[in-house]
Design a protein around this ligand. Structure first.
Ligand SMILES: Cc1cc2nc3c(=O)[nH]c(=O)nc-3n(C[C@H](O)[C@H](O)[C@H](O)COP(=O)(O)O)c2cc1C
Length: 176
């Protein structure tokens, strides 16, 4: 059984990025294990001096989850023309452990604009030697206008784009 871990770059209650990850979880086939990681706020600020044989416990736990995952879905907003600090911080902790080397990754940036964070993440994931699946990358702009009052994605085109991203990602995961 394939196992997907999903991480939102937004910690906000009612986050549209979190809602997108929940939507994807609702449409993954039953034979895929899918979990949203909710402990990003517990990861301490990256300190190379603490990146030793026994790094902080939340980092150890996340590295284990990522190692065990067949693939990772990142869904994030952009803040101040960049990647949200918590998400970038988590990625910095993954450099020395090589946790994300060759790891299949789907990247969704859902924001007002988002193009800077999207491009920056592609660079960072490249530096980590992750396997970003080209057909499983998506930039969703004006995300808040594409949500309904209950916090669900309502825009049909966006829903279709998300299904296409998931299909491409699952196809990549199923290849030997
Ligand atoms: C401090 C702050 C800075 C932001 N800067 C940007 C930005 O540079 N580019 C952008 O596209 N959106 C920016 N936004 C808007 C976010 O994209 C928008 O709030 C988005 O819905 C956040 O994602 P979420 O709904 O998952 O929390 C900013 C929001 C905040 C709170």
């Amino acid at each position: 059984m394939k196992n997907i871990l999903a991480i939102s770059g937004s910690l906000r209650q009612g986050s549209s990025n979190h809602a997108i990850l929940q939507y994807l979880g609702s449409i993954v086939p039953a034979d895929i294990e899918y979990a949203i990681y909710n402990d990003l706020a517990l990861i301490p600020a990256f300190d190379p001096g603490l990146d030793t044989d026994s790094p902080p416990a939340p980092v150890v736990a996340l590295r284990k989850l990522l190692t065990e995952a067949d693939g990772l879905i990142i869904c994030t907003p952009e803040y101040a023309f960049g990647v949200p600090g918590g998400l970038k911080n988590m990625l910095d902790w993954m450099v020395s452990s090589s946790t994300l080397v060759d790891k299949p990754i789907a990247l969704i940036t859902a924001s007002l604009g988002g193009e800077y964070a999207h491009a920056s993440l592609l660079l960072t994931l490249g530096a980590l030697s992750a396997n970003v699946i080209a057909d499983a990358t998506l930039l969703i702009q004006f995300i808040r206008s594409k949500m309904d009052n209950d916090g669900n994605v309502k825009d049909e085109e966006t829903l279709k784009d998300l299904k296409d991203v998931l299909d491409a990602f699952l196809k990549a995961l199923s290849q030997p």
